[in-house]
Write a protein that binds this ligand. Structure first.
Ligand SMILES: [Zn+2]
Length: 169
């Protein structure tokens, strides 16, 4: 089921999410719904708070569903190592219509669990590393807007306020 994606201004997006302790059918349904919602958007990553659930669950597919075997589901993901930097334009389904250039680690090592609660880990670089950093930020109540310059952030916020006033946000 496709769920509505919350946009900037929703309190769930600025709340630190809780660790997942119940690896049950409800969690599997949430993960499935998040994948459907991400592909429909379309996007390459989604975190549970974006659909209003403050649990530490993320889904990523940097192929956007174009290639098999790119689907990633992580419960309780944590970056344990990072290396280098990359600078590139980043957007977010919860901040539609805007992009900003952002520095992220070039490579990350992520540990967490699958939907059964079994441990899993992954080495990611490039766009995939960026996606993990972005989605894990969501679990900590951070939007990419929190990581751009104050000037850029204020510009985007002013534009969003205008959209809100126009009833377009
Ligand atoms: Zn996002």
């Amino acid at each position: 089921m496709i769920r509505p994606i919350l946009t900037y201004g929703a309190s769930e997006l600025e709340t630190k999410s809780s660790p997942i302790t119940q690896f049950d059918g409800q969690l599997k349904t949430l993960a499935q719904d998040m994948l459907e919602t991400m592909y429909a958007a379309p996007g390459i990553g989604l975190a549970a708070p974006q659909v209003g659930v403050n649990l530490r669950l993320i889904v990523i597919d940097i192929s956007g569903g174009e290639r098999k075997g790119h689907q990633i589901i992580f419960a309780n993901p944590e970056i344990t190592e990072q290396e280098g930097t990359q600078k590139s334009e980043e957007g977010c389904l919860s901040v539609p219509r805007f992009m900003a250039v952002l520095e992220r680690p070039g490579r990350v090592h992520v540990v967490g669990q699958d939907l059964e609660g079994h441990p899993q880990e992954i080495d990611a670089e490039g766009l995939l590393a960026r996606a993990f950093c972005h989605e894990i930020d969501h679990l900590d109540g951070l939007l990419y807007l929190n990581r751009v310059s104050a000037l850029k952030r204020d510009l985007i916020k002013i534009k969003i306020r205008k959209l809100v006033r126009a009833g377009e946000w």
